[in-house]
Design a protein around this ligand. Structure first.
Ligand SMILES: *Cc1c(COP(=O)(O)O)cnc(C)c1O
Length: 355
């Protein structure tokens, strides 16, 4: 199988979508001021303020690890702590960057059943210690949608933020796939961010179809003070900023951000619908966004690999399939067909209830 054949191992396997590509080309004309002093960066920032219908402060970073880490660092002193889910990217996939950039703010990990944080889990963890020997809880971070593809409802986010306000905690959202959550809920971006009590949002561009780049949005402007210096110090201030910013202008104004996400979500649904109920496999998580996690015997996963499919099993041992802006429904169906061939036919719904 040639290497260019479409795989669903990661949404980052996809290339750059036409809108982002065209915007890079459009920005590649003539000379403009560097370090974000250009018109593209101003327009991209305004486009975010328009999309979110609020006067947020907007910054651009190269990747999600930096965006999350620096945003959390801006909320904390070194003696503070950040409450997150045990499956949170900041905990499992950022190599300690949040602790590093905050000079030591500790992540407090809540064991949650579904990977979603709850107000109750936050309250329990925040109340577990209040003495001077333990880092003082200062922030909560949630991932929308979660690493396993579940979407927090508006009500769930509101409940979390109410608890945060009650306990004097700030609420950060890792939105590496924020667009997929908006598409899944059919809501306005504001509804699951500042209107629901989120203080800082990292809005992912890379997994949405851009080459590179995440936006950091501060809805509480006072928290953004000095964030520009923080980005520069961390090596996250792009000198040719227009190439991070221009794609956002086009992604947001054309609606590609939402179209791309809706397409990726639909492909996940397409796979899930075809494999749910197959004998010998199980969907590990509800399919709310653009991922499908399949639990199946190791020999079946091995057979799937032998048919040329690539996937990761680092979460719970199941096979993870992620869909992107360009996922080809024909390939999705081919994957479903291989799964059917390996796992057998659909279980007869009548026989399931039989003793
Ligand atoms: C991909 C991802 C990020 C960002 O990762 P980078 O590789 O640093 O860009 C952040 N959070 C979540 C949940 C992700 O899936």
């Amino acid at each position: 199988m040639p290497n260019s054949t479409q795989q669903f191992a990661s949404d980052n396997y996809a290339g750059i979508c036409p809108e982002a590509w065209a915007a890079m080309a459009a920005a590649n004309v003539g000379h403009v001021p560097a370090y974000g002093e250009d018109g593209w960066t101003a327009r991209a920032s305004d486009a975010f303020r328009e999309l979110f219908r609020t006067n947020c402060d907007v910054f651009f970073a190269f990747n999600g690890t930096a965006a999350n880490s620096l945003a959390l660092a801006s909320l904390c002193q070194s003696y503070h702590s950040v409450i997150c889910s045990s499956t949170a990217h900041v905990e499992t996939d950022e190599c300690g960057a949040p602790e590093f950039f905050s000079n030591g703010s500790k992540l407090l990990v809540a064991a949650t059943k579904s990977g979603k944080l709850t107000a109750e889990a936050v309250r329990t963890l925040a109340a577990s210690r209040s003495d001077i020997h333990f880092p003082k809880p200062r922030a909560v971070t949630i991932t929308q949608p979660t690493e396993t593809g579940q979407v927090y409802s508006i009500d769930e986010i509101q409940a979390l933020s109410a608890t945060c306000r009650d306990l004097g905690l700030r609420l950060h959202m890792d939105g590496a796939r924020f667009a997929n959550a908006c598409a899944a809920l059919g809501c306005e971006p504001a509804d699951i961010s500042w209107k629901a009590g989120v203080d800082v949002l990292c809005f992912g561009g890379t997994k949405n179809g851009m080459a590179v780049g995440e936006a950091v949005l501060y809805f509480d402007n006072s928290l953004a003070e000095g964030f520009d210096y923080r980005c520069k110090q961390a090596g996250q201030l792009a000198s040719k900023m227009r190439f991070l910013a221009a794609p956002w202008v086009e992604m947001l104004s054309s609606g590609a951000w939402l179209r791309n996400a809706a397409h990726a979500n639909a492909c996940a649904r397409r796979l899930a619908d075809q494999v749910s109920g197959l004998r010998g496999c199980e969907l590990m998580f509800p399919v709310d966004a653009n991922s499908v996690f399949i639990r199946a015997p190791e020999q079946s996963l091995q057979a799937l690999r032998q048919r040329g499919w690539r996937f990761y099993t680092f979460i719970g041992g199941g096979a993870r399939f992620m869909f992107a802006w360009d996922s080809d429904p024909v390939r999705v169906d081919a994957l479903a067909s291989d799964l059917r061939a390996i796992l057998g036919t659909k279980a007869d719904p009548m026989s399931i209830n039989m003793p």
